[in-house]
Design a protein around this ligand. Structure first.
Ligand code: NAP
Length: 310
């Protein structure tokens, strides 16, 4: 692999930041990787894991002379990070992020980005329910989409350079309008997480069964929701607060459809239930055909297998 950047600064080194670090190191994409995170504990852990070449608590120091800066913090913190690094960004540098919502991140970050620095918002559609620097692994982005939501007037050469970077990590890159991204993600990611949080919360409220039967018989469906509902609370609080409109719109559609289902069950309308369940089964098949999941039983879980580390 050829070197693409002289110095990459990774601001935030949780699941996503550390997965990028593993890949950058494994593939030799940068001459130097500088890591920054706000807490001394996480920074120390990143160093113990050997994720970079230099480790600094100050994000402003870390971005100095970096030709690529990747901000991987909860979306609600994007604005304060952009403000902190603004004065020390190198002219010509590319600044990108990985946040799960895009319109809000652009609104928070763009005003701080100085003239001559290329700001390209991005979102890799890859992750797990784990967080922190230990959760990252090489290859997380392989065969996954990375969506850019470029702002008006983005330099095509900078865009091509960032596209090349994500493609080197194995991702497929697409471009979208930020509002459209937020709508699409509300349905494919945000709503399923909210539903999972809700179902698991409901089960937890039914205290009589929680301790025993819910856990014991979880493999019959509940377990797959618990994985989503174990996702990072800070990240998902921020996603809900920063994609409010699209999520509320999807939730109201969801409630209407749920009422339809409720009615069909109440009135014994088996044909309606059968038609819906047949349609949804076909969607699962399309996802497998598109290579976004495998058709293995047990939802493709690889029991006892460790993800590869760089
Ligand atoms: P994570 O594992 O929880 O790591 C978060 C990182 O951000 C840590 O370095 C943490 O620093 C730092 N951080 C937390 N709060 C901060 C604040 N208020 N100000 C500055 N830094 C802060 O999170 P992640 O899963 O990597 O997610 C990072 C971003 O990726 C989020 O925007 C998320 O929406 C997006 N994303 C996540 C996934 C996923 O599946 N997890 C997938 C795609 C995109 P300390 O530990 O030092 O406090």
């Amino acid at each position: 692999m050829t070197i693409q950047f002289d110095r990459i600064a990774l601001i935030g080194i949780g699941l996503i930041g550390s997965s990028i670090a593993h890949d950058v190191k494994r593939l030799g994409i940068a001459k130097e990787v500088v890591i920054s995170t706000r807490s001394a504990d996480t920074l120390k852990r990143a160093e113990e894991l050997g994720l970079g070449d230099r480790y600094l608590q100050s994000a402003a120091e870390a971005v100095k002379d970096a030709d690529l800066v990747i901000v991987s913090v909860p979306v609600g913190a994007s604005g304060s990070v952009a403000k902190e690094i603004a004065a020390t960004l190198m002219p010509g540098a590319i600044v990108t992020d990985v946040g799960s919502t895009k319109a809000s991140v652009i609104a928070q970050m763009q005003p701080h980005i100085p003239e001559g620095v290329h700001f390209i918002p991005g979102h890799p559609l890859a992750g797990t329910e784990k967080s922190g620097p230990d959760a990252g692994f090489a290859g997380l982005f392989e065969q996954r989409w990375c969506i850019f939501t470029p702002v008006t007037g983005t330099d095509p050469a900078a865009l091509a350079k960032l596209r090349h970077f994500w493609e080197a990590l194995g991702a497929r890159v697409d471009e979208m309008d930020p509002q459209h991204h937020d709508k699409v993600l509300a349905i494919v990611s945000h709503l399923p997480h909210i539903i999972a949080y809700n179902i698991v919360g409901t089960a937890d409220d039914l205290e009589a069964v929680t301790e025993s039967e819910v856990i014991k018989y979880s493999a019959s469906g509940f377990r797959d929701f618990t994985r989503l509902a174990a996702s990072d609370p800070t990240m998902w609080r921020d996603v809900c607060l920063h994609n409010k409109d699209a999520i509320l719109e999807m939730l109201s559609r969801f409630s209407e459809d749920l009422a339809y289902l409720q009615r069909a069950i109440r009135w014994g309308e088996g044909d309606k239930l059968f038609e819906l369940f047949t349609r949804t089964r076909a969607i699962r098949r399309s996802i497998i055909q598109a290579g976004q999941d495998v058709d293995a039983p047990d939802f493709g879980r690889h029991h006892g297998q460790e993800p590869k580390k760089s």
